[in-house]
Ligand binder design. Structure first.
Ligand SMILES: Nc1ncnc2c1ncn2[C@@H]1O[C@H](COP(=O)(O)OP(=O)(O)OP(=O)(O)O)[C@@H](O)[C@H]1O
Length: 240
């Protein structure tokens, strides 16, 4: 499925925070949306998930317009927000079933898909525990499992490793990469942490609302005459 953002601009009052941002995502690939704090990443995610209304431009998912066919387009998207959005007092399985019901899945389907995801995430034995009993890394996994229940083609993750220790961060990042390889899932992973990005990834660098680079890590390093992604990021944004 092709995913394309066309000419997106957005302002809060008279403050422009996204400026003519256009990009296409490749099916089944891991894309890193890299930008320093305040670059506009969360605003872009807000627009892609319709938390914010598009002011200019459009997003096309498999040819369907987020502006004109929002319900159809949204069914193709799974999202993990920066802030944990699970109910801590419900069990893991109850959280999954509640979300599945919102997407119109039957109880049987919800159970089958939920258990499948939990098995893949090595969490089936925690299914009946309250989320409150899980550590931060496991809570994040449950959120990703939940975001995949309705079988989206595109998974959006907004700084999903915030608050996790280094080992959990790495494990989560690797897990999501596996989803691209095994399921052909297209991923857009927003971060300001260069160590979460690999040179073979597709990389979008956002700075002060503008997309300054868009291509595989190797290609954008060559374009900038830089040795590695950290140097490229620093050259373009002054950050890192
Ligand atoms: N509701 C709002 N009203 C006004 N300005 C806002 C609002 N939300 C964000 N901004 C501003 O818009 C710009 C982009 O913010 P945004 O949160 O999208 O960036 P970000 O790249 O996600 O940063 P972070 O990593 O800190 O979340 C920042 O200058 C921010 O201060």
């Amino acid at each position: 499925m092709t995913i394309e953002a066309r000419d997106i601009s957005f302002h809060y009052g008279d403050k422009a925070v996204l400026k003519e941002v256009s990009f296409a995502l490749s099916s089944g690939r891991f894309h890193a949306l890299l930008g320093p704090n305040g670059a506009g990443k969360s605003t872009l995610f807000g627009l892609l998930t319709r938390l914010l209304a598009l002011q200019q431009g459009d997003v096309l998912l498999g040819g369907q317009s987020l502006r004109k066919q929002p319900a159809e387009a949204m069914r193709k998207i799974g999202v993990v927000f920066q802030q944990n959005a699970l109910d801590l007092d419900l069990t893991v399985r109850q959280n999954l079933h509640y979300h599945a019901a919102l997407h119109g899945l039957s109880r049987k389907e919800a159970r089958a898909r939920g258990d499948r995801e939990l098995t893949r995430f090595n969490l089936l034995d925690r299914a009946d525990d309250a989320v409150r009993q899980l550590n931060g890394g496991h809570r994040r996994r449950v959120e990703i499992a939940r975001a995949l229940l309705h079988q989206p083609s595109l998974l959006l993750l907004d700084e999903p490793t915030v608050g996790l220790d280094v080992a959990s961060r790495r494990a989560l990042n690797e897990h999501v990469r596996t989803l691209c390889e095994q399921d052909g899932l297209t991923v857009l992973w927003a971060t300001h942490l260069i160590e979460e990005v690999q040179e073979q990834d597709k990389v979008l660098i956002l700075h002060q609302g503008r997309l300054l680079a868009n291509g595989t890590g190797q290609v954008i390093c060559e374009e900038q005459g830089a040795q590695n992604l950290a140097e490229t990021f620093h050259k373009l944004t002054g950050a890192g």
